[in-house]
Design a protein. Structure first.
Length: 594
C-alpha cells in the first residue's frame, strides 16, 4: 500500500485497543508487535501503521473502533447537504487540524464526524466554543477531508472576499493606482506571477489571486468574470459545464479588470475594443498559462480566462477513450510515412490533448518533429515548437513554409485557418512529410467538404489525406457514487441504440449514473472521456472525393466500411456504464437518425 494511502487515516489507536484487536483475532499478536516497533522507531499512529502494512483494511478498522468505543460509524457520502449555519459553528482551522466536521444540529446538541474518537480534548474545546453539547460519530478521514474541502472551500472564498472588502473600507473600490504589479512580479524576468497568500498585497491583488487559485484548485478549464447592470458574476467551467462561484461586489468591476489587464500586459486605459493577452502563473510550484480575452459589453468588460495546465496534456493515447476499432485506424494512420491527419471538433473538445499524445508516442531520437502553434500549450522534450507571432509576420503559413527547409519528418500545424496554410500542408504531405493539424468542423466527413469550399482541388485532397478524426468530450460518471439502474429497452431503441448491443432482461437494460457526492460536487460526474469518429481515407473514399460527393455520401461510405460515428461511440460508453444517456443526447443530438 502506498504512503499516500497510509496518510489518509489518522485514527489514533491506543495500545489497549491494539490488545483488544488481538483478542478478537482482528490482527495477530505478531502484527501488533511489528506495528508497535515501527511506531516506536518512526512515530505515527498505530491505526495508520496497521493499515499501511495491510494487516487490516480501513473499513474493518473503523468498524472495530465503532464497536469498541460505542460510537456510530457513518458514511459522509450518504448524508444529505450540510447547511452553512452548521458549518460555521466550527472554525475551518480546527476542522482541518483535527480532521472533523459538524454534520447536524438538533436543539442544543451538535453532532461532529471525527476520524479520531480518542481526541477528547478538542471535543471539550468545541463544547465551550459553541455552547452546545457535542455528540460524535466516526467517519473515514478521506471522506471528512473531502467534505471539509467542499464546504469550507466555498466558505474560504466567501470569507477571503469579505476580509478583502474590509481592507478597502466603505468608500467603494480601490483606486486604479493601487492596482499594480508587486515588486516580485516586476523583477521576474520571464514575467511569471507567483500566487501566494499575503496580507501585505493590495486588496484587489488578493481578490484576483483568490479567484485564480480557486479555479486552478477546482481543475476548471475557464474562468468567466461577467458584468451585469447590478452585479458581477464569476463562473468556472469544470468538465465542460459552467458553475457559479462567490463573486466580488459590482463596485470592484473596473479595478478587477485593470488588475487582470496589468497581469496580461494589456492596455488598462482601453475600454472600447476587445483585447487578448496571456498570463503566466506559478502556483504550488507548477507553472500555468492563462489565455485572457476581454470583450467590451454594455454593463462593462467581460473577461474570460482559459487555463492551460500542461499536466492535463500528459495523457497516454490508450487512456483517451478510443474504441478498439477506432484506435486501430488511428495507430495505423499516425504511423504512416507521409500524408495529412486532421483532427476536428469545436473549441474545448480535446484536440490539443489528442495531438500531443500522438506526438509523444512518435517522439524518438531518430525522428525530427516540428510544430507551429498558437499558443504552445506544453513544451515536449525533443520536439521543436514554434510560437505563432502575427505581429512580426510569423503566421502558421510562414512557419510551415520555413519548416520545409528544416528537414522535418513530422510536422504539426496547430490550426488550419486559411487556404495558404492548407496548400503548404498538402505540399508537405505530398513531398514525404507526415502532417498533423486541426480544423473546425462538426464531423469527420464535413472536414472534406470544408476543404473543398476553401478551394482545395479534389485530386490534392484524395492524394494527401490519411484520416479525419472528429472528437468530443463526454463527462464520465463519478466512480465514488456510481449506481446501476434500469430503463426500458424500447426507450433506448427509440433513441437509436441498436437492440443487438443491449443486455435486455425482462424488457429492461441496466445503465449507470452518479448519485452525486462530495468528490464530484454533487454533479454525478468527474473527469471526461473522448468520443472519436475516425474516417480513414481509402480507395473507395478517394473515388467519392474525386467525384465531389457531399458530406452525407462520404459519411455513409465511411459507415459501410466500419466507421463508428460520434453517436455510436457515445452509445457504447453509455451501455458500458462510463457515461449517461443525458450526456449522449447533449453531445450527439444532431446525429439522431430520422
Amino acid at each position: 500500500m502506498s504512503d499516500a494511502h497510509v496518510h489518509t487515516i489518522s485514527l489514533g489507536l491506543s495500545r489497549r485497543l491494539g490488545d483488544l484487536m488481538v483478542e478478537s483475532e482482528t490482527i495477530s499478536k505478531q502484527q501488533l508487535q511489528e506495528a508497535l516497533d515501527i511506531q516506536r522507531k518512526e512515530g505515527g499512529k498505530l491505526g495508520a501503521i496497521l493499515v499501511g502494512k495491510d494487516y487490516i483494511t480501513e473499513e474493518k478498522l473503523l468498524q472495530f473502533l465503532s464497536q469498541q468505543c460505542g460510537i456510530s460509524y457513518v458514511s459522509l457520502e450518504k448524508l444529505g447537504p450540510i447547511t452553512d449555519d452548521i458549518i460555521k459553528l466550527v472554525p475551518e482551522s480546527i476542522a482541518r487540524q483535527h480532521v472533523l466536521l459538524p454534520i447536524r444540529k438538533a436543539k442544543d446538541k451538535l453532532t461532529i464526524a471525527v476520524a479520531d474518537p480518542l481526541n477528547v480534548l478538542v471535543l471539550d474545546d468545541l463544547k465551550l466554543m459553541t455552547g452546545l453539547d457535542v455528540d460524535i460519530v466516526l467517519a473515514a478521514e478521506s471522506e471528512i477531508q473531502a467534505t471539509v474541502e467542499k464546504y469550507y472551500g466555498t466558505l474560504t472564498t466567501q470569507g477571503a472576499l469579505e476580509d478583502i472588502l474590509k481592507q478597502t473600507g466603505q468608500n467603494g473600490a480601490e483606486s486604479i493606482e493601487n492596482v499594480e504589479l508587486t515588486e516580485e512580479e516586476k523583477l521576474a524576468g520571464d514575467n511569471i506571477i507567483t500566487l501566494k497568500k499575503s496580507g501585505e498585497d493590495a486588496p484587489i491583488i488578493q481578490m484576483v489571486n483568490v479567484l485564480l487559485a480557486n479555479a486552478i484548485k477546482a481543475k476548471a478549464s475557464d474562468i468567466h468574470i461577467e458584468p451585469f447592470p447590478k452585479q458581477l458574476k464569476v463562473r468556472y467551467r469544470i468538465d465542460g459545464v459552467l458553475h457559479e462561484q462567490p463573486a466580488p461586489p459590482k463596485r470592484f468591476q473596473n479595478a478587477l479588470a485593470s488588475r487582470i489587464k496589468i497581469m496580461a500586459t494589456l492596455d488598462i486605459s482601453e475600454h472600447r475594443v476587445p483585447q487578448d493577452g496571456r498570463i503566466k502563473l506559478k502556483i504550488d510550484g507548477r507553472e500555468i498559462d492563462l489565455r485572457v480575452s476581454i470583450l467590451p459589453c454594455a454593463p462593462g468588460e467581460k473577461i474570460v480566462m482559459r487555463i492551460l495546465d500542461s499536466s492535463g496534456l500528459r495523457v497516454k493515447l490508450e487512456d483517451l477513450g478510443f474504441e478498439p476499432e477506432a484506435n486501430a485506424v488511428f495507430q495505423k494512420c499516425m504511423r504512416a510515412p507521409y500524408g495529412i491527419n486532421l483532427i476536428t471538433g469545436p473549441t474545448g473538445s480535446g484536440k490539443s490533448t489528442t495531438l500531443y499524445s500522438a506526438l509523444s508516442q512518435l517522439n524518438h531520437p531518430d525522428v525530427n518533429i516540428m510544430t507551429v502553434e498558437d499558443p504552445v500549450e506544453y513544451q515536449l522534450p525533443g520536439i521543436n515548437q514554434v510560437q505563432v507571432n502575427a505581429d512580426v509576420g510569423l503566421t502558421f503559413a510562414a512557419g510551415l513554409r520555413s519548416f520545409l527547409r528544416q528537414d522535418p519528418d513530422i510536422i504539426m500545424v496547430g490550426e488550419i485557418r486559411d487556404l495558404e496554410t492548407i496548400n503548404i500542408a498538402i505540399n508537405a504531405a505530398l513531398t514525404g512529410h507526415l502532417v498533423f493539424s486541426t480544423l473546425h468542423t462538426n464531423d469527420a466527413s464535413g472536414a472534406i467538404t470544408r476543404m473543398g469550399m476553401m478551394g482545395i482541388e479534389p485530386f490534392l485532397m484524395s492524394s494527401a489525406l490519411l484520416m479525419v478524426v472528429a472528437q468530443r468530450l463526454t463527462r464520465s460518471i463519478c466512480k465514488d457514487c456510481r449506481e446501476i439502474y434500469e430503463v426500458d429497452a424500447a426507450w433506448l431503441k427509440a433513441l437509436g441504440v441498436p437492440e443487438q448491443l443491449m443486455q435486455v432482461q425482462n424488457g429492461k437494460v441496466p445503465l449507470a449514473r452518479g448519485r452525486g457526492c462530495e468528490e464530484c460536487a454533487k454533479t454525478g460526474y468527474r473527469g471526461r472521456l473522448g468520443l472519436y469518429e475516425i474516417l480513414e481515407v481509402n480507395d473507395a473514399l478517394r473515388q467519392l472525393i474525386l467525384a465531389k460527393a457531399n458530406a452525407n455520401q462520404i459519411k455513409e461510405m465511411g459507415r459501410k466500411q466500419g466507421m463508428l460515428t460520434l453517436r455510436d461511440c457515445a452509445i457504447r460508453k453509455v451501455l458500458g456504464g462510463l457515461t449517461t444517456v443525458e450526456e449522449m443526447i447533449r453531445l450527439t443530438a444532431s446525429e439522431v437518425e430520422k
